[in-house]
Design a protein around this ligand. Structure first.
Ligand SMILES: CC(C)(COP(=O)(O)OP(=O)(O)OC[C@H]1O[C@@H](n2cnc3c(N)ncnc32)[C@H](O)[C@@H]1OP(=O)(O)O)[C@@H](O)C(=O)NCCC(=O)NCCS
Length: 147
């Protein structure tokens, strides 16, 4: 599966509209237009997505810390269980290794079993339980993967 990678600011308007639609329709905490706007002005936001825009992942890079923070990964419901999220994340690790990134981290709601299953299979480890991390009061696992 070919996965595209681009700085958020360099994604074509057509692709970005599809990505925003998946985010709005299927991500538990979709970004508002101001989030997209602000992130597009920062060249440390990187997006990986499949050319048919069935899914995407966005990371914020911290080059000084050699860290990539996974902010969101989502696939459209009709495309789940087909390995698309795994392909997107695998493509990101290859890219990050070339950039000298040494680890990835993320937060995930403790009840999100599909995402936790994905991250464990990807080699992430739970390193901390952050109480009341989300605006709805839910706890989050902080997870980390060394590249
Ligand atoms: C989590 C999510 C991105 C997984 O996407 P996907 O494309 O279906 O995942 P894949 O098909 O690549 O699955 C890869 C692995 O993840 C795990 N996984 C995926 N769905 C799972 C589920 N429902 N339950 C348990 N593990 C699951 C499995 O280990 C799977 O490997 P396997 O198929 O060999 O068993 C998708 O369910 C989603 O978009 N959820 C809503 C958005 C979200 O919650 N994102 C994470 C927020 S932190």
């Amino acid at each position: 599966m070919i996965i595209k990678s681009n700085l958020l600011k360099d994604i074509s308007p057509t692709d970005l509209d599809l990505i925003k639609k998946i985010d709005n329709d299927h991500f538990p905490f979709p970004w508002k237009e101001t989030n997209w706007h602000n992130s597009a002005e920062n060249s440390n936001y990187l997006c990986f997505y499949d050319p048919k825009c069935r899914g995407f992942a966005i990371y914020l890079l911290s080059p000084l810390e050699k860290l990539a923070h996974l902010l969101k990964v989502v696939t459209s419901p009709e495309s789940r269980g087909m390995g698309i999220a795994a392909s997107i994340l695998n493509a990101s690790y290859s890219h990050f290794r070339m950039l000298g990134v040494e680890r990835c981290m993320l937060e995930v709601e403790v009840s999100n079993t599909s995402a936790i299953g994905l991250y464990l299979k990807q080699g992430y480890n739970k390193i901390h339980l952050q109480k009341k991390f989300y605006s709805n009061g839910a706890d989050a696992h902080i997870m980390e993967k060394h590249l």
